[in-house]
Design a protein around this ligand. Sequence first.
Ligand SMILES: [Zn+2]
Length: 416
Amino acid sequence: MTRSARRFAGVTALVTVAALLAAPARSDPRTPHLRPAENTDEGGIWSLSDKTEQQAKLSAERNRDPALNAYVQGLTCKLAAEYCDEIRVYVMDRPFFNASMAPNGYTEVWSGLLLRAETEDELAFVLGHEIGHFAENHSIEAQRAMKTRANNALALQVLVSAVAMGAAVGSGSPQSASDIMRAAGSVNDLIYLSAIAGYFSYSRENESEADTLGFRRMVKAGYDPAAGAEMWRSQIDETAASTFPKVREAQARASIFSTHPLSVERVGALQTLAKGSPAGKTGDRKAYRAVIRPHLAAWLRDDLRRRDYGETLALIHRLESLEEDQGVLAFYRAEAYRQRRGEGDLIRAREAYTASVAFVDAPSAAWRNLGDLAAQAGDKAAARSAYETYLVRAPQAQDRWLVEASLKKLAEGTAT
Ligand SMILES: [Zn+2]
């Protein structure tokens, strides 16, 4: 079912780069402040979106940092001025690249996206892409297409779940719906969610249109025209580094069957658009990093929960090349190696912990874990030194007794 639905939609909605560049807006954009009547399909989508929003507000995964939420809301408003007071942004701590905007203005931005954007410009492009879907009422179009394959009530519920879950995310990041559900299963009814991958997606045409609209909004707001192509390029590279062959292969499959592929064609189309635009400012990395920094460690820890060490390591390498937050990044690179336990990974982990502790922002746990790995390798002097530094740096640590016991054992070992 899933496969045939995908295939059907993919074949009917092939789009060329030329068509994308022409960027036809086939229907008028939505009128601000217009709520559809309750007894219409659209009204039904709105009221279900209202209910889903109430659930999201109470979600344990909601990030409640007022400064972060205000920042993302402010950026969204800057890009979507005419809809600003209709859009309500909720930052969710979920380790997937995702943003979604329901027709009633309820918007989720996931931590996996904030972690992966390198600059405000890149985030602006993705938000602009979502605003594009929102402004053109693409979700209503998608719901109409779904009604031909499912009864109306199911189509409605699938749509709202999909919008909330971001099954329609512009990245086309080929994490399976079940992966996403594992991260966010508490939000919606799993029975409906299981149908989403097959039933719901924006058409390729709508995805390409959203890219173009997102590009225009971002450039109009003064951001770097190259940011959109760079953002998608990074996501393609990260996918190619996945631990899981199915995720890696999805990229190739997507070019033929998937309805919202993150393809090289889309990147190429955005690059062509960027070439035709006057150069904007270069993305401000430092300001964006400052906003993200308080959450960086927690989000990297969440990312490791996906157990896709290939992707996480690719992400960390990319962020490390920007030369910010080196201690934290090296620590989580070490954690990825230590958890992956492949051949040579413990040696790599020890090297990465060692790299981490050379930076001022190294987490205290880097010394403890460095001590553990040194002890395992029989390097007692290094282990003792690392444990002692840990106790000095984290005098209140809950595992203090454990580390003290390890030190004692090392001392006994030396005595015999
Ligand atoms: Zn999209």
